[in-house]
Design a protein around this ligand. Structure first.
Ligand SMILES: [Zn+2]
Length: 117
């Protein structure tokens, strides 16, 4: 997993009513749940266990695909010329029609606009 900047809403596990949540920004290469668990597992005597209320990803989510052309010769089919591509990171596939156009994701990967890890 590559690092992402998480904005985490946390509170104490034993928070009293009215004790407010707070936001913390952290670059993590694991999930926010895991880092809270890790924190709780290694508490110092003066620290209180925490719980994760919510989180959002601020940076690092929208990683583009790393396209590699998978055909040697441009394909000509039904009057259309195209090249096929596969992302070497996540395996998504797509086609580029004509020269210099964008790579259009294949139907199966339509929702995968960004690369997933
Ligand atoms: Zn990808």
């Amino acid at each position: 997993m590559s690092k992402k900047l998480y904005n985490m809403l946390v509170n104490y596990k034993d928070a009293k009513p009215g004790e407010p949540h707070w936001w913390e920004e952290n670059w993590l290469d694991c999930s926010p749940e895991e880092i809270i668990q890790e924190f709780n597992n290694t508490l110092l005597p003066n620290e209180r266990a925490r719980k994760l209320i919510d989180y959002e990803i601020l940076e690092g989510e929208n990683k583009p695909h790393t396209w590699r052309k998978t055909n040697l010769v441009t394909i000509l089919r039904s009057g259309m010329q195209y090249d096929t591509y596969r992302c070497k990171e996540c395996g998504a596939t797509g086609k580029r029609f004509g020269l210099g156009g964008n790579i259009v994701l294949d139907k199966k990967y339509k929702k995968q606009i960004y690369c997933k890890e």
